[in-house]
Design a protein around this ligand. Structure first.
Ligand code: ADP
Length: 219
């Protein structure tokens, strides 16, 4: 199968790190920025890096942007530029357009333009770090909706060698352990027989209030 191709518009802090990670993951990345220095810095690390104004439709057409599978508008601070670039990517017919928003209103505007996924990196990272700071075993936190989330937590000593059947988080707390990371591998959809080991990482899904209740027994 053909590797997916990404075009990243704006190679600032967010866009450059996103582009580099996609490269690391083995995908093809075209980076576009109007800042020559940034493009030069990235040019030998991306498949292609081009100095261009992403609000110039003819330039985007000549770069063949319409043939990419996914376009990411990583311009945040200049909301006008972000919106113009998003409109052009949608008009060019790229299958999936993702855009970074720096405020709720910016995000709403992007959604109204039909952007497929709006991301709020600063807001989301702030929320994640806050949760990590107050919950000692918490490794990661992903908000699914206002009510639901997925968290990754270290298995503490008090759960060592407990089976999921003994622990029974679904009946006791209303949340489920959906995967366990162990020794570099992952056990997806563990059964009641599977045992936890101190140092494993468990992935829990459920309503936030239920996960919080579960967390109280871990401390
Ligand atoms: P970050 O906070 O991730 O660094 P910024 O919004 O500060 O994000 O950076 C956005 C990048 O997008 C900058 O490098 C800027 O040069 C680039 N950029 C802004 N407008 C355009 C445009 N019209 N065409 C191409 N690149 C642009």
């Amino acid at each position: 199968m053909k590797r997916q191709q990404f075009v990243v518009i704006g190679l600032g802090r967010f866009g450059s790190n996103l582009a580099l990670e996609l490269m690391d993951l083995g995908y093809e990345v075209l980076g576009i920025d109007r800042n020559e220095e940034l493009v030069e810095e990235m040019s030998d690390q991306l498949t292609h890096a081009v100095v261009a104004d992403a609000t110039d439709e003819e330039v985007l057409k000549s770069l063949g942007v319409r043939n990419f599978d996914c376009g990411i508008v990583a311009i945040g601070n200049d909301i006008q530029m972000s919106i113009l670039a998003a409109i052009l990517l949608k008009d060019l017919g790229i299958k999936t357009v993702v855009a970074k928003a720096i405020s709720v209103l910016h995000g709403r505007a992007l959604e109204k333009l039909g952007v497929d996924r709006v991301i709020y990196p600063e807001r989301d990272m702030g929320i994640r770090v806050a949760h990590q700071l107050v919950t000692p075993n918490l490794l990661d936190y992903i908000e699914l909706s206002k009510e639901y989330s997925i968290v990754e937590m270290n298995v503490p000593a008090c759960l060592h060698q407990k089976s999921l059947g003994d622990l029974n988080p679904r009946a006791r707390f209303g949340c489920s352990i959906v995967a366990i990371h162990r020794d570099g591998g992952i056990l997806v959809a563990p059964t009641a027989m599977d045992q936890l080991t101190e140092g494993d990482i468990m992935v829990i899904i459920g309503a936030k209030k239920n996960i919080e209740q579960f967390e109280t027994i871990l401390n």
